[in-house]
Write a protein that binds this ligand. Structure first.
Ligand code: NAP
Length: 248
């Protein structure tokens, strides 16, 4: 039997980049997927089709997970379709980089809302259902920027550090109900989010990665799938850094 057969998994921002890779990996291991997206329906539908072509089950659900209505409607759509939620991957994220002197308050708010508030809102909505089943796996995608800080990312680093605190607090809250809450902290992975980084920053980054390369989407997908599995039952409140050794 597949490792995640009978598991219902929601991936926020599952339509592109790292979220897409995580969704495909969970589906490969037998989970039924809910692919959340905000604006790009075609990308989400392509992931659904790819999962179905591989013999799996998936639906796409539009929701801005940074809003209470969006997060609640995503979890409701999941339970309406499949009756439960076993795995929640809080992956949706965005950036609005700038030095603090030039960063606008709305750039701070947008990043906190999309990255941190969404993680809190979706977890709150999902935990209710998970508690009833006395089973759950929540994996939050943070970043080494939330551990080491990154110049030009005061908003993003704050959101990602916040996710780490949230992960540990919630892990303590729900542990007795059979729910684990962990985080994955990727280093730099080539996606739409990072493709426009200036040349001087990328070459500087390359020199600081002991394993000598950027992360692949699959590197993050494997780590996330492990924390979402039954094999990770005794791990909670953990931050798994997947960065080629960059932040050690
Ligand atoms: P990406 O390629 O830009 O994809 C972002 C995904 O999030 C898209 O599916 C997008 O959907 C969705 N999304 C954005 N805002 C949303 C909202 N309000 N509601 C629902 N979905 C929303 O980004 P990525 O690089 O894969 O990043 C994924 C996660 O990994 C983020 O949390 C990011 O901070 C984290 N991370 C990335 C890196 C890296 O190097 N790439 C490193 C560390 C951590 P639409 O297209 O429909 O808007």
């Amino acid at each position: 039997m597949s490792q995640l057969a009978d598991r219902i998994a929601v991936v926020t921002g599952g339509s592109r980049g790292i979220g897409r890779g995580i969704a495909l990996e969970l589906a490969k291991r037998g989970a039924t997927l809910v692919i959340n997206y905000n604006s790009n329906a075609d990308a989400a539908n392509e992931v659904v089709e790819q999962i179905k072509t591989g013999g799996g089950q998936a639906i796409a659900v539009q929701a801005d997970v940074g809003t209470e209505d969006g997060a609640n409607s995503l979890i409701k759509a999941t339970t309406d379709a499949y009756g439960k939620i076993d795995i929640l991957i809080n992956n949706a994220g965005t950036t609005r980089d700038n030095v603090i002197m030039l960063m606008k308050p709305e750039d701070f708010d947008t990043v906190i809302q999309t990255n941190l508030r969404s993680t809190w809102l979706c977890s709150k909505a999902a935990v209710r259902t998970m508690m009833r089943k006395r089973y759950g796996r929540i994996v939050n995608i943070t970043s080494i920027s939330g551990i080491a800080g990154n110049a030009g990312q005061t908003n993003y680093s704050a959101s990602k550090a916040g996710i780490i605190g949230l992960t540990k607090a919630l892990a303590r809250e729900v542990a007795s109900r059979g729910i684990t809450v962990n985080a994955v902290a990727p280093g730099f992975v080539l996606t739409d989010l990072t493709k426009d980084l200036p040349e001087d920053i990328t070459s500087q980054l390359n020199n600081n990665i002991p394993l000598g390369r950027w992360g692949e989407i699959q590197d993050v997908a494997y780590s996330t799938a492990f924390l979402a599995s039954d094999e990770a039952a005794y791990i909670t409140g953990h931050v798994l850094v997947v960065d080629g050794g960059m932040a050690m």
